[in-house]
Design a binder for this molecule. Structure first.
Ligand code: GAR
Length: 201
C-alpha cells in the first residue's frame, strides 16, 4: 500500500478530492499517511483532523527553509510516505527536500504550464486574455512550477468570466486531475524521456 503525504497551506480542496477518490475506491492502492501544513490555522488541516488523519502543523516562522524542510521530511519519513503531493502548498521546497524524494513529489498548478507559473496563476491568465487555461500536475524539481508534466486539463475562458469564475472552473478540473495523476505515477507504467512523460501500455 503506497503512503501519500499531503502538504497544504490553505483550504485543502485538492486534498479532500484526493481523500474522496481513495474513499470511493476510484484511487486504489494508496492511503493518506500524513497531512502537513506550514500554517497551523490552515482549514485543510482541520479537515484532515476531522477525517481522523494524521494532521501535523510544522510552522516555518523564524526558521531557515532547509531547517523547516528537514522537519517536514522527518515527519514524512516517520509516516513511511513514499509519494508527496503538494496541494496548495505555498512555499518553495529547498533542494534538499526535492532530493530527499526523487521523482516522488507532485504539485498541482492552476494554469497550463509553462504559462503563468507562480502566484495567482488564474488571475494572470485572465488578465493576459488567454481563451483557454487549465491545470497541470507535474513532478517537482528545483525550479518553481517547472518539473515534468504528468497531465493537464484545459478549460475555456468564457464571455462574462472574471478571475474567480475562471478559477472555479479550473478548480473543478484540478479535483479530477490530481487523483488521475497520482494513479498514473503509482502504477509505475511510465517513462520520462527528456521532459516528456510517456505512458507505457
Ligand atoms: C489550487 O488552485 C492549487 O492549484 C493552487 O492553490 C490552490 C489550492 O486550493 N496552487 C498553486 O497555485 C501552487 N502554485 P486548495 O487548498 O483548495 O487545494
Amino acid at each position: 500500500m503506497h503512503k501519500l503525504g499531503i502538504l497544504l497551506s490553505g483550504r485543502g480542496s485538492n486534498f479532500l478530492a484526493i481523500a474522496d477518490s481513495i474513499a470511493s475506491g476510484r484511487l486504489r492502492g494508496c492511503e493518506i499517511a500524513a497531512v502537513v501544513s506550514n500554517l497551523a490555522d490552515a482549514s485543510g488541516l482541520a479537515a484532515a483532523r476531522a477525517r481522523g488523519l494524521n494532521a501535523v502543523a510544522i510552522e516555518a516562522r523564524g526558521r531557515k527553509r532547509a531547517e523547516h524542510d528537514a522537519e517536514i521530511i522527518a515527519c514524512l519519513r516517520q509516516h513511511h510516505v513514499d509519494l508527496v503531493c503538494l496541494a496548495g502548498y505555498m512555499r518553495l521546497l529547498s533542494p534538499g527536500f526535492v532530493q530527499a524524494f526523487p521523482q516522488r513529489i507532485l504539485n498541482i498548478h492552476p494554469s497550463l504550464l509553462p504559462a503563468f507559473p507562480g502566484l495567482d496563476a488564474q488571475l494572470q491568465a485572465f488578465e493576459y486574455g488567454v481563451q483557454v487555461s487549465g491545470c497541470s500536475v507535474h513532478f517537482v524539481d528545483e525550479q518553481l512550477d517547472h518539473g515534468v508534466i504528468i497531465l493537464q486539463k484545459a478549460v475555456p475562458v468564457l464571455e462574462g468570466d472574471d478571475a474567480p469564475t475562471l478559477a472555479a472552473r479550473i478548480l473543478a478540473q484540478e479535483h479530477i486531475a490530481y487523483s488521475e495523476a497520482i494513479a498514473r505515477v503509482l502504477s509505475g507504467r511510465y517513462e520520462i524521456v527528456g521532459r516528456r512523460y510517456l505512458l507505457k501500455p
